[in-house]
Every structure is written in structure tokens, then in C-alpha cells.
Design a protein around this ligand. Structure first.
Ligand SMILES: Cc1cc2nc3c(=O)[nH]c(=O)nc-3n(C[C@H](O)[C@H](O)[C@H](O)COP(=O)(O)OP(=O)(O)OC[C@H]3O[C@@H](n4cnc5c(N)ncnc54)[C@H](O)[C@@H]3O)c2cc1C
Length: 395
């Protein structure tokens, strides 16, 4: 771990520092950062990472409720940010495995009945059940309200029909939290959430999707899929709010993962710049290189301040709509630039398949799109600003 001074920032408590340092030590020993291949190899690597993280007791931080194995009654945002940042620095797939256990079970932590929590959360924490969150559809991505997947009441349950796509852990998940139109009211007030077990008849993996940073991803199809009423999460018609509350917890942690990727890129760049000999000097001796490194370091600290401000505010019980959007926008966009600069410092070596900076270059890209693309974060920030009116800075 290169620079740990940010762990002493006032946003964090001593227990957070201890958590980050002990996870870093553990990751050095237990996380294999070699390439995880594609397709089946990635699936196996991801399942193994979930099992390993669960067995080592790290996933409990992504789940709320001590009765069900969670580390605390509510999710500690600073803890999940530090865990994601640390895992992302070591291995993108390890961060993904941890994050999806949280995102995929978040709606159960927030609104599940005791029976649902008992049935799913301990297995999520132990890493014996892989979780997934199924909100997006082919024609409803940024515009979630355009969702068409529908669950019609039928006897004591529902019949689910439609498609979901871009579903992380699709194909390896043991259960999916699925959001579907139930029609209590028009638009987003007529959506409910359901826990759908992977072996439910009528649920089909319609397509496996290969992406630039390989991880399990799929399009799901529901054909007259019968869901018992006890699998509905929370009240009917409240599913959209539940999806947004779940994303609210984890949005800041996406920014933290971007921060981890950027920190790794800077570490790699410093090592390379100080080792690479050219023109009778090292690459780091040149001021153009120093300017790049300075920009990278400043961008990382600026992103870190936004991440841990949002996480700290959330842990104080404050609304962080604007702050989380700022953190996600700045951390993901600036990480892309930091990583690009690292690739440049590596020269030809930077674009060789599977060298760390090349992998980071691919790892970071999707973070600017999912859980609200950068453009969506800008709209959120502007909406909050305009709602607040004057900023108070005018004389
Ligand atoms: C790797 C990966 C993993 C994912 N995992 C999951 C998952 O586990 N579960 C899940 O439900 N979904 C998941 N998603 C889906 C993700 O949330 C969507 O891709 C995202 O919401 C964008 O939707 P879309 O792809 O349909 O793009 P679109 O909605 O078509 O948007 C395309 C682009 O339009 C721009 N844009 C959006 N809104 C505006 C606007 N108002 N004004 C101007 N420009 C705008 C943005 O640049 C955006 O990227 C994942 C996606 C990826 C890439």
C-alpha cells in the first residue's frame, strides 16, 4: 500500500483505518491478480472470489443486520468504500465480486421480511449464494421508468414476463432481485421488486454478454415465470423507490472503486517512471513526466475527498444525493484520465494485453456508464443545485 495518509483524514475513524490496512494485508496474500480469462473461466474465478471473500468474513460489511451476519445494523458506507477501493487496487474482479453481493442483496437488507432475510442474507454473507440486481432492460437503461417487464397477480403469487439485460452475475447468480411493472399506478409508482431464485421455471439466461473487462453478465428472459407472493420484496408499487434506495447506498462505492483503480495506476506509473532509463536519465527525471504524475496525484486526492465526504455524510444519516453524484462523476471520470496517463508513461508496454495498466484501462470504462452514467449524475447535481436556489456565495 503506497500512501496511506488519507486513512487519517477526519472523515474516517480508527476502525476504518484498521479495516483498510488489514484487508490490504489479506488481499496481498489471498487475491490472485493474474488474468481471469473469459467466459467459463471468468465465471469460475468470480464464484471462487465470492466464496473466498465470504469465508474470510469480508462480505458481512456489504449486508445490514447483525442477526443475518451483517457487520452492523446498517451498512457502513465508509467501510464499503474502503473495501471497494482496496480490492479494486488489487483486482477488478475481486471488487466486482464484493460489490455485487451488496448490490444484489441490498433490497433485501432494506425491505426484506424476516423470512426473506433469514433465507438469503446469511448465505450472501458466507459467499455460498451469489446475488444479482436486475433493473435494466433493452429499452430501459438510464430511463428506468420505461421498464416493460411485468408481473401480473395470479392466485397467491405473480406471473413474470419480459427481459432484463446487462445483469451482472447473470448466469452464475443463485438469485436475482428483479424489478417489474405491477401496475398499481402509472409510471414508476407501479413497479414492485421480487426475489427470483435462479432455478425458477421460466427464467432463462437468454444471452451471455462479453465485455471489455470480463465479468459475468447476461440478458435474462422470463417466460410465464411463477413467483410466490412471499417472494415479493416490500410493498406492491414501491419497487422503484426500493431500487433507488439500494443504488443510493452503493453509488458512492462505485466512486471508491474508481479511486482504487486510479491509485493502482499511479503506483504502477511511479514505479515505471523511476525504473525506465532513457536519454541517460530515468523517465521520472523529466519535468513533463513529473507534471503528469502531479496531475494524477492531485486528481486522486480530489476524488478521494469527494468520495469520503459523501460516505461520511451518509453515515451521519444525511441525504447525499448531490454529494454522491459528485463523487461518482468526478472519481470515475478522473480515474479514466489518470489511467490513460499511466498507459502513456508505460509507452508500448502500456497497451500489451493484460499488463496491469492495460487491464485498468478496460476495468474503469464501464464505471462511467453503470449505476447512472456521468450525464445522469450531472443532471442530478444540477437539479439539486437549482432546487437549493442561491448558493449563498453572492454578496
Ligand atoms: C458492465 C455493466 C454492468 C451492468 N450491471 C448491471 C446490473 O447488474 N443490473 C442492472 O440492472 N443494470 C446493469 N447495468 C446497466 C446499466 O445500469 C446501464 O447500462 C445504464 O443505466 C445505462 O443504460 P443503457 O446502457 O441502456 O444506456 P442508455 O440509457 O441508452 O444511455 C446511453 C448514454 O446516453 C447518455 N445519457 C443518458 N441520459 C441522458 C440524458 N438525460 N441526457 C443526455 N445524455 C444522456 C449517457 O452517456 C448514457 O451512457 C450494467 C451495465 C454495464 C455496462
Amino acid at each position: 500500500m503506497a500512501d496511506t495518509s488519507y486513512l487519517d483524514w477526519p472523515f474516517l475513524e480508527p476502525r476504518h483505518k484498521e479495516l483498510a490496512l488489514s484487508l490490504d494485508r489479506w488481499a496481498h496474500e489471498h487475491i490472485d491478480d493474474s488474468p481471469h480469462g473469459r467466459g467459463r473461466e471468468t465465471d469460475d474465478a468470480c464464484v471462487n472470489l465470492v466464496r473466498t471473500l465470504g469465508a474470510a468474513n469480508w462480505i458481512r460489511y456489504a449486508v445490514g443486520g447483525q442477526d443475518w451476519g451483517g457487520s452492523a445494523e446498517t451498512i457502513d458506507t465508509r467501510a464499503i468504500c474502503l473495501i471497494r477501493e482496496t480490492l479494486a487496487r488489487h483486482c477488478g474482479l475481486a471488487d466486482f465480486a464484493f460489490a455485487m453481493q451488496g448490490l444484489g442483496s441490498g433490497a433485501i437488507t432494506l425491505d426484506g421480511s424476516d423470512g426473506q432475510k433469514r433465507n438469503y442474507l446469511p448465505r450472501v454473507v458466507a459467499g455460498t449464494a451469489v446475488a444479482a440486481f436486475a433493473l435494466s432492460e433493452p429499452d430501459a437503461g438510464s430511463d428506468v421508468g420505461a421498464m416493460s417487464c411485468a408481473a401480473h397477480p395470479d392466485g397467491d403469487g405473480y406471473v413474470l414476463n419480459g427481459e432484463k439485460t446487462w445483469i451482472s452475475n447473470g448466469g452464475i447468480a443463485d438469485f436475482y432481485v428483479v424489478f417489474a411493472r405491477t401496475g398499481e399506478a402509472p409510471g414508476v409508482r407501479g413497479i414492485s421488486a421480487f426475489i427470483v431464485d435462479a432455478d425458477t421455471p421460466g427464467l432463462e439466461i437468454a444471452e451471455r454478454i462479453e465485455v471489455i473487462a470480463p465479468h459475468p453478465l447476461a440478458r435474462l428472459r422470463f417466460n410465464d415465470c411463477r413467483i410466490p407472493g412471499k417472494q415479493r420484496l416490500g410493498a406492491a408499487g414501491q419497487g422503484f423507490k426500493l431500487a433507488m434506495r439500494t443504488l443510493d447506498i452503493f453509488r458512492t462505492s462505485v466512486a471508491a472503486a474508481a479511486l482504487g483503480f486510479a491509485r493502482r495506476a499511479l503506483d504502477e506509473a511511479v514505479q515505471r517512471a523511476t525504473a525506465r532509463k532513457m536519454f541517460g536519465h530515468t523517465l521520472a527525471d523529466f519535468q513533463l513526466t513529473q507534471a503528469k504524475l502531479a496531475d494524477m496525484a492531485a486528481a486522486i486526492d480530489a476524488a478521494a475527498l469527494l468520495v469520503y465526504r459523501a460516505a461520511w455524510l451518509r453515515d451521519q444519516g444525511r441525504t447525499v444525493t448531490k454529494e454522491a453524484a459528485m463523487a461518482k462523476m468526478v472519481a470515475t471520470e478522473s480515474a479514466q484520465q489518470v489511467i490513460d496517463a499511466a498507459v502513456q508513461i508505460f509507452g508500448g508496454l502500456g497497451v500489451v494485453s493484460e499488463v496491469p495498466v492495460e487491464r485498468l484501462y478496460r476495468d474503469i470504462r464501464a464505471l462511467r456508464i453503470y449505476e447512472g452514467a456521468t450525464e445522469v449524475q450531472k443532471l442530478i447535481i444540477a437539479r439539486e443545485l437549482l432546487k437549493d436556489g442561491a448558493t449563498g456565495s453572492r454578496p
